[in-house]
Structure formats: structure tokens, C-alpha cells
Ligand binder design. Structure first.
Ligand SMILES: NC(=O)c1ccc[n+]([C@@H]2O[C@H](COP(=O)([O-])OP(=O)(O)OC[C@H]3O[C@@H](n4cnc5c(N)ncnc54)[C@H](O)[C@@H]3O)[C@@H](O)[C@H]2O)c1
Length: 429
């Protein structure tokens, strides 16, 4: 099928190259000319395992191309997938300007029937909004369906090609048939429903997962006070199939480009219809407290942070990605700086500019130079390489002995045997 993907970010680039891998002829269009130029040169703008080979293979086979021109991309497309960003607006609602401008541009260049499928995470009712916006620019036939994306950054290629389900929210039989055909090679249930239910499904899924993480972090805080070990508790409850073991890792809470903005958007949606959604709002509050609790515990262990040097290992919001949007590690770095600590950081792939941090931010090329003369080290992202850190070497370069494993990656016995004062989440100091 001829497919155009609008927006070539984490979701657009991954879904475009995966759809090409499934045999479709895909054009990715983006307004960012620099990004498209780099992609044409084979430079992949994001870190995502397996993506570079996938892009190169499909470009070489002529199934994948990149452009900034809607005029070149839209005519003749059978499916147009919208994958532009939907960031939070100031008040926590969704900033829809990119979706609307994409819909306007699509309307301008439609040449025949197409299914416009929204992959972006969008508020309930957006399918109707897109329909009106496109309709204003064209007399061609088209249908709008909601097709929320469920891939996870860091595992995006695998997730796209092996989804647990594909959600298709459509009020047209013709359009849902086209979508089922588009994903025919994916071996998973295709859940066909109405557009509003599909749109809400995405928010409900993210809010549920975020709530599960907030819940275990609340139990972690309790464990620290009552002398239990949250990892043992998580294992004990996770083996119950009604609960399940996923998303029960205590740590720094949820971050990234999706959960925070999507949970806020759901809370905002509730507010807009006078339904307070107390569980969703509590998950947000617990998440904010989880990050600050780590800094508070560090301060209690280290004494006043003013003038102390703290190395933070990990800047990305999770492993296997360079995405730092709403990263807990970034919040911790900012809070440490605010309390007067001298902060240094290391991440295998992620970078944050000093301008975005709001202070002169020092990022080192390896964990040991980051930890040089540090009074404490905080592990803030669950990168695999931190699980096998050379702890004696780490300790030898530090000025202090405090190691705060805020992702519970290390074996406590090993860390203490090396001579660290070792803190982890959900276990009494
Ligand atoms: N990142 C994830 O893990 C993930 C997972 C599921 C769903 N989503 C949702 O998918 C959407 C995209 O997320 P992302 O992380 O890929 O965003 P992103 O910021 O990485 O990419 C968005 C891209 O859209 C482009 N763009 C903006 N306006 C445009 C326009 N009018 N025409 C063409 N291109 C335009 C931008 O230049 C950018 O390249 C969001 O709604 C997000 O909530 C993201």
C-alpha cells in the first residue's frame, strides 16, 4: 500500500520504517528540513536499537523515502498516518497545533480517497476535529481513524513489529478494512472500535501503567520506613496473575515524552467534564514525590548539599534511549543544583544542553570521570552498563562513599563489600 507518515520523530520514523519493512511503500514527511536532510544522508536523528539498519535497508530497497514536501507526499496515498508531537500546553491540556497544521496540509493535497490515521496521542474527539480541518481544504473523499501507537522508546522497532494489539477507532467500515489490511502481517488482535473509545484507550493504558508504577513507589516509601524490601514485595504480588509482574519496579517513577503529558491530559479531560479522577491525580502527585524523596534521602545521608559534589549516572528517562523529556534524572540534577550541590553527570547516549538545564551543566564521557572527587554517586537511569559497573574503581576516584542506587540495579551485598554506604529505593538504610 502507499503510505505517508506525517511527522518523522520517534513514532513517525519507527512506524514509517517498520511499515516499509512490512512491504508498504512509505514516504515520511516532516517540517524539520534539517532532520529530513540528515535522514536522506542516512543519519538517524534518534538513538533506537535496530532503527538505523531498518531505515538503511528500506531506503536501499526503494520502499522508504523522506521529504519536507506535502505536495510530493500526499497525492496518491492510501493511508496517511499522523505522528506529529502532541506536547502538554501550559495548563496540562494538549497542545494541538501540530496536529491541526498537519491536517490542514493534508487537506490541501488530497487527490483521492485516503484513510487519515492518527497515531499521535490525542484528546477524545480529535478524529472529528481532524475531519473538519481536512474537510475545509478538500472536496475529496476521506475517512479519519484513530490508530494510537503503543510502542516503547528503547524497544520501539521490536514493539512496532510485535504489538500486543492494534487499536483501530473508526466509524467507517471501508476505513477499518484498509487499516486491517495495512497491519495484516502483524500477528496480533486488531481491536476495531469507535474513534472516541480508541482515543481514550491510549490515555487509559498510559494512566494505568503510570498508576501501577506510582503504587509500587508508594509501597517503596512505606517499605523504607517499616523495614521491608519493596523488591521482595513486588515479586510477591507480581506473581499473582491478576496483578502481573510488569511495571512493579520501584525507582524514580515515570518520565519521558508520554506518561507525564498523557496522564496530565487525562486529568485535564476529567476536569473538563467535572469528573475529578482522584486515582489519576494521585498517581501524578506520588510521581513528583518519588523524585524529591530520593534527593531528600541523599541530603539526610550526606548532610547539607551546599558545596557537595554529586555525580549522577544516567540522564535519559530510561535505558536504551537518548530521550530526556521529563526525565527523573534531569529533575534530580536540577534539584541537587538548586540545593547548592555541584553536579556532574554521565549518560551513554543522552545529552542535555546547559541552556535547557538552566545552569552550567557538566557532562563527562564515562562514569569514572563523572564520579571523580564526588561525595556521592546517584544511579538515575537503568542502563545495563550500570549493573556491571566496576564498583571498586568507582569508589577509588570518589571523595566520599555514598552510592544511591535509585533504580535498584546493584546487589546490596556487593556494594557494601566494596565499602560503599549503599542506599536503594524501598529498603531501610
Ligand atoms: N515517543 C513515544 O514513545 C510515543 C509512543 C506512543 C505514542 N506517542 C505519541 O506519538 C506522537 C509523536 O511522538 P514522538 O515522540 O514521535 O514526537 P517527536 O517530537 O519525536 O516527533 C514529532 C515530529 O513531528 C514533526 N512535525 C511537527 N509538526 C509537523 C507538521 N505539521 N508536519 C510534519 N511534521 C511535523 C516534528 O518536526 C517532529 O519531527 C505524540 O502524540 C506522542 O504522544 C509517542
Amino acid at each position: 500500500m502507499r503510505v505517508t507518515v506525517v511527522g518523522t520523530g520517534y513514532v513517525g520514523l519507527v512506524s514509517g520504517s517498520c511499515l516499509a519493512e512490512l512491504g508498504h511503500s512509505v514516504t515520511c514527511v516532516d517540517v524539520d528540513a534539517g532532520k529530513i536532510e540528515r535522514l536522506k544522508l542516512g543519519i538517524i536523528p534518534i538513538y533506537e536499537p535496530g532503527l538505523e539498519e531498518l531505515v538503511k535497508r528500506n531506503v536501499a530497497h526503494g520502499r522508504l523515502r523522506f521529504t519536507t514536501s506535502y505536495e510530493a507526499a500526499i497525492p496518491g496515498s492510501e493511508v496517511i498516518s499522523i505522528a506529529v508531537g502532541t506536547p502538554s500546553a501550559e495548563d496540562g491540556s494538549v497542545d494541538m497545533r501540530y496536529v491541526i497544521s498537519a491536517a490542514e496540509a493534508i487537506g490541501k493535497y488530497l487527490t483521492g480517497y485516503a484513510v487519515i490515521a492518527t497515531k499521535s496521542t490525542v484528546p477524545v474527539g480529535t478524529s472529528e476535529l481532524i475531519e473538519q480541518t481536512v474537510r475545509a481544504g478538500t472536496s475529496q473523499e476521506f475517512d479519519v481513524v484513530s490508530n494510537p501507537e503503543t510502542l516503547r522508546e528503547g524497544r520501539a522497532v521490536y514493539d512496532f513489529l510485535h504489538p500486543s494489539r492494534v487499536i483501530i477507532g473508526s466509524s467507517s467500515l471501508r476505513a477499518s478494512d484498509v487499516m486491517v489490511h495495512l497491519f495484516a502481517y502483524l500477528d496480533c488482535p486488531k481491536v476495531v472500535t469507535d474513534p472516541r473509545s480508541a482515543e481514550l484507550t491510549k490515555y487509559a493504558a498510559n494512566a494505568f501503567l503510570a498508576t501501577k508504577i506510582s503504587f509500587i513507589n508508594e509501597i517503596a516509601a512505606l517499605s523504607e520506613l517499616v523495614g521491608a524490601d519493596v523488591d521482595a514485595v513486588a515479586k510477591g504480588i507480581g506473581l499473582d496473575p491478576r496483578i502481573g509482574k510488569d511495571f512493579l519496579r520501584a525507582g524514580l517513577g515515570w518520565g519521558g515524552s508520554c506518561f507525564p503529558k498523557d496522564v496530565r491530559a487525562l486529568a485535564k479531560l476529567g476536569e473538563s467534564v467535572s469528573e475529578p479522577l482522584p486515582i489519576v491525580n494521585a498517581a501524578i502527585r506520588t510521581n513528583a514525590m518519588t523524585r524529591m524523596r530520593v534527593v531528600d534521602r541523599l541530603e539526610r545521608a550526606l548532610g547539607p548539599l551546599m558545596g557537595k559534589t554529586v555525580a549522577v549516572l544516567g540522564i535519559a528517562f530510561k535505558d536504551n534511549t537518548d530521550d530526556t523529556r521529563e526525565s527523573a534524572a534531569v529533575d534530580i540534577l536540577k534539584e541537587l543544583h538548586r540545593r547548592g550541590a555541584v553536579v556532574r553527570a554521565y549518560d551513554p547516549v543522552a545529552h542535555v544542553a546547559s541552556a535547557d538545564m538552566g545552569f552550567d551543566f557538566v557532562q563527562l564521557p564515562d562514569p569514572f570521570s563523572a564520579a571523580q572527587d564526588a561525595h556521592a554517586v546517584v544511579i538515575a537511569t537503568e542502563w545495563d552498563e550500570f549493573r556491571t559497573l566496576d564498583l571498586p574503581r568507582l569508589k577509588s576516584v570518589m571523595a566520599g562513599t555514598l552510592l544511591f542506587d535509585a533504580r535498584n540495579l546493584l546487589t546490596p551485598e556487593h556494594a557494601t563489600a566494596v565499602g560503599f554506604t549503599y542506599l536503594r529505593v524501598g529498603r531501610k538504610t
